[in-house]
Design a protein around this ligand. Sequence first.
Ligand code: ZN
Length: 393
Amino acid sequence: MSMLLLKNAQLYTPEFMGTQSVLIAGGKVIAIDPDIQLSSSVKFEEFDCEQRILCPGFVDTLTHITGGGGEGGFATRTPEMQLSDAIIGGVTTVTGALGTDGICRTHKELLAKVKALKEEGLSAYFYTGNYHYPTITLTGSVEQDIMLIDECIGVGEVAIADHRGSQMSWQELARLASQARVAGMCANKAGIVSIHTGNGEEMLAPLFDVAYNSSIPLKAFYPTHINRTAQLLDQGIEFNLQGGTIDFTASTTPEILAGGEVLCAQALKVALDAGADENRITLSTDGHASLPVFNEQGRLTSLKCGSMSSLHEQLITAVKEFDVPLPTALKTITANPARVLKLANKGVITVNADADLLLLNADTLQLTDVLAKGQWMMKQHQLLRRGTFEKAP
Ligand code: ZN
């Protein structure tokens, strides 16, 4: 077991803790102190952080790790995520999901990819189900998937307000949430229902209907794409004020923004200014989702793919252009998503937390170094680990 001493870092846990040293062993943080001294008989690597920012690795709650899309034909199925996509973006925990396609894309493949990413050094989880209802699962039921498969932490993305969804009634949504919730309780997991919110005019109404008409609270649901339009953002803020957690999608394109999407970093600023609880806002990449653009005739004119670097990009934009305090912006991609997914050792830098750590340039916030479970993945801008079939540049 090799030890690593990170010295002279500006520590954001994500709260700012001043200049600190952090000692890592066995993939965990084992000490935090301004002055850690080790005996000369102890073998360890010492690394001078030179006053760079040390923060938790980003926790992404929605990644199409096996690829997404396919809504423009088979040739529009997006490629799967590779290890370096996550590392370059500072993402050390991913949460895989299917999406529209639950026929050609399967949970078996999703779980295999989760296990592959874990072997490659990341932390990885997945949601059972997909857009559709009745829910497609791995073992035959949502409860069994969540209770019996370690990596399965909830169900999603279940689509609402979308023509591609199953147009579920609030009773069906409540029943599904109850299944996920009870299984989560029994297995000490999140049991969360990740909700894909489309551009249908009902917006979040089905979730409010569940909360008003049943014993299932808003916090059972975790709706994403809340920055899709200004109107949905308004309703998302209300959802947050009433106790729910909302998620903004960081990946975008100029064409999608021109179509009315609110830039993720701007949505964060708007929500904070409106008094939303900053502990119940998260950002996710929607990595490897297809980002299609259609012309006025409804024809596909361009197709891009969600980026795993989008969390880092939106962090910089939120801080530099929208004056969001760094600890607040960091929370939305570290401590908050870890709390939603009930990952106690993720998203924070404390003693006993997993050593998923990033170093950022203190001025530009540029990512320079990545550690995942105590292993160097990127060091001084150099990518040290690649997926098995990724070519070195
Ligand atoms: Zn979605």
